[in-house]
Design a protein around this ligand. Structure first.
Ligand code: DP6
Length: 338
């Protein structure tokens, strides 16, 4: 029998228009659309999956350690989804490695579930289009559906109850705007205190501001889509800062409030504003996910100056730049031998 083993490599994406809140939590159908840029291989998740009748239970390793019960549950649920798609009942061994801090606003769940979905699909011989695989990845982690594509990606909200029209699609390839760069200013490598899923549920249930945000959301999507298509850097940077502020505002408006940004994050916000004011224009823009680390988007032309500015902010531990990536891939070399 052909060995059911495969390895996939995926990269995170940084959302310019954020996904925050579900209209259906079981199917992971978002309350609004989102737009992201897939990052290059500066940050990668590599995942090997092996399905075998010699295994009596699923075994999951992340960064050299067996995962805890909570994480394992979520991954086993995803393995079950993939087993159903591949009509297979075999248990699996999963070994996954990130080359960056996990769960600190660096979208490890996006690259993680993208790599896991692809590796399972290949190992199980699930023949589906990238769009269909992306819909499976979405069930593991919403933001993962965008990491199945390279370049600039939009995950559309969709209207149908079954979610069949809530899909991710590439709006422009990496070659469209190769000069764009995401400078990640790492303020903390710790894990987040509340998971995105729990936090967004709390926002949907308790924030009144959330309804206002959703009313303005289609306009924001249009603005960011246009900024990308026209390669209008000033409009893009201005829009992503407003959009990030809006998401963090509804987080704060939740009861009890959800606060991911730290003192260091706030200092970065000030430093970016001062930098742009000195430059006499929008040379860069920040965006924050569910964590304190900043993603400062700029162009290669201004990269060195923006890096210097961020490195000077008190509390910033490391500054790492990632460009626009081409999306996931399979690897011939596995992370373990069978
Ligand atoms: C704040 O889909 O990554 O990054 O998988 O439960 O961690 P979990 O959630 P995820 O949502 C995070 C959303 C965000 C914004 C975004 O990426 O659109």
């Amino acid at each position: 029998m052909k060995e059911r083993i495969a390895t996939a490599i995926a990269t995170p994406n940084i959302a310019f228009v954020k996904y925050w809140g579900n209209r259906d939590e079981r199917l992971i159908l978002p309350a609004g659309g989102s737009i992201s840029m897939t990052l290059d291989r500066t940050f990668t998740t590599t995942t090997t999956v092996w399905f075998s009748d010699s295994l009596s239970a699923d075994e999951i390793w992340l960064n050299g350690k067996k995962v805890g019960p909570q994480e394992a549950k979520r991954i086993v649920e995803h393995l079950d989804l993939m087993r159903r798609a591949g009509q297979c009942r075999l248990r699996a061994k999963v070994v996954s490695r990130n080359n960056f801090p996990t769960a600190a606003g660096l979208a490890s769940s996006a690259s993680g579930f993208a790599a896991l979905t692809l590796a399972c699909a290949k190992a199980l011989g699930v023949r589906r289009s990238m769009t269909e695989l992306s819909a499976l990845a979405r069930r593991g982690s919403g933001s993962a559906c965008r990491s199945l594509f390279g370049g600039f990606v939009e995950w559309v909200r969709g209207e149908r109850k079954d979610g069949s029209d809530s899909i991710a699609q590439q709006i422009a390839p990496a070659s469209h705007w190769p000069g764009l760069v995401d400078i990640v200013a790492i303020a903390s490598e710790g894990r987040k205190h509340i998971s995105s899923r729990d936090a967004m549920r709390r926002t949907v249930e308790t924030s009144r501001l959330f309804k206002q945000r959703m009313q303005m959301h289609p306009g924001m999507l249009k603005q960011v889509r246009n900024a990308i298509m026209q390669k209008n850097a000033e409009l893009l940077f201005d829009s992503i800062m407003r959009e990030s502020n809006s998401m963090h505002a509804v987080m704060k408006d939740s009861r009890p409030p959800i606060i991911y940004m730290s003192e260091v994050s706030r200092r970065i916000v000030d430093a970016v504003r001062a930098f742009n004011a000195d430059a006499g224009g929008m040379k860069c823009g920040y965006t924050f996910d569910a964590g304190p680390n900043a993603h400062v988007i700029t162009t290669r032309k201004n990269e060195a100056a923006v890096r210097r500015m961020l490195a000077r902010v008190k509390g910033v531990k490391r500054v790492v730049s990632a460009g626009v990536g081409k999306g996931p891939a399979y690897a011939a070399k596995h992370l373990f031998k069978i």
